[in-house]
Design a protein around this ligand. Structure first.
Ligand code: ATP
Ligand code: MG
Length: 283
């Protein structure tokens, strides 16, 4: 297989999770902070460490074959790249925020107002779709201080908890785009065997992360009720116990409604419930 290149963020919010994901896929590599490129010892891949802003264009232009980057950056750079896999981390929302006591109450009120942002392309597109014309002021960082300094009437920035907004006297007003990290590839690369293999490994890691392995002891009399509460990968394994009226049920369950399901299982008579993380699920 031909060796490919993948670009990931050098440092910042996506770096650690990107490195961790590749390592969970069984890739073995040194992660020196100082180097810009590293070779994977046991897979035909080189890793480039870049500023996130540069990743979509590097992939579009084929300098890297793949990349891991936020959807917000892909949209802002208007890069022509293929989405290979959503990765479920780096989740955030690009929002318009206004001063707490702003007279703005609906999107139309932004007509003619100034909005400071590092995302002028995405914001313009959003406002155009809403039929609103505003004065977009592009600044590269610390957008949230714009209204306080009298630079703008509103801002458009990435918000996760809203803490930064509050401490600058701002409140969220409208959602512009939600984003997560994506594995992208240059157009046409999805069929490459290295890409296909990496994608399959990533999917098995993501699936495993959403899943817990559960073992529970169940009185035989309650087994049917319990099994109805347990849709496993195929079907749960039921094993005999030394105690003749009891069996052990082994299965995997979804992280999402985990507690709800466990509580129902307890109510249905399950005992001694042991929960374990799952490393990989190969379908
Ligand atoms: P670089 O130095 O690589 O240009 P950066 O400062 O532009 O980094 P980071 O702040 O590290 O970017 O964020 C990288 C990506 O993480 C964002 O583009 C976004 O997709 C995602 N992200 C997730 N949560 C947040 C958040 N709370 N604030 C900002 N970005 C977030
Ligand atoms: Mg950046």
């Amino acid at each position: 297989m031909k060796t490919l290149k993948i670009a990931i963020q050098k440092s910042g919010r996506l770096n650690e999770k990107s490195v961790q994901l590749l390592k969970s896929c069984g890739l073995s590599f040194e992660n020196y902070k100082s180097s810009l490129i590293t070779t994977v010892a046991n897979f035909p891949l080189e890793i480039l460490f870049l500023r996130d802003d540069d990743i979509p264009e590097y992939v579009q232009d084929g300098i890297a074959d793949m990349g891991i980057v936020g959807e917000n950056v892909i949209a802002e750079t208007r890069s022509d790249v293929a989405y290979i896999q959503r990765l479920g981390f780096g989740r955030c929302t690009l929002k318009i925020a206004i001063p707490t006591h702003s007279p703005v109450t609906q999107l139309a009120d932004l007509e003619g107002k100034s909005i400071a942002t590092s995302y002028p392309v995405i914001l313009k597109n959003f406002l155009d779709n809403q039929g609103v014309q505003a004065d977009i002021r592009t600044i590269s960082g610390s957008v949230e201080i714009g209204p306080g300094l009298g630079l703008s009437d509103a801002i458009c920035d990435i918000v996760s908890t809203g803490g930064t907004l509050r401490s600058n006297g701002l409140k969220p007003f409208a959602d512009v785009m939600s984003s997560e990290a994506i594995l992208i590839g240059k157009q046409g690369i999805a069929e490459d065997p290295v890409v296909a293999e990496l994608k399959q490994r990533i999917q098995s890691v993501l699936l495993a992360e959403e899943t817990k392995y559960v073992v529970l002891n169940v009185p035989k009399a309650n087994l049917d009720t319990i099994l109805e509460l347990l849709p496993g990968v195929k079907s749960p394994s039921v094993m005999p116990l030394a105690e003749p009226d009891w069996v052990a049920v082994h299965t995997v369950i979804d992280e999402q409604d985990f507690w709800e399901r466990i509580n129902k299982l307890k109510a249905a008579g399950a005992q001694g419930i042991v929960v374990m993380p799952v490393e990989k699920i190969i379908m």
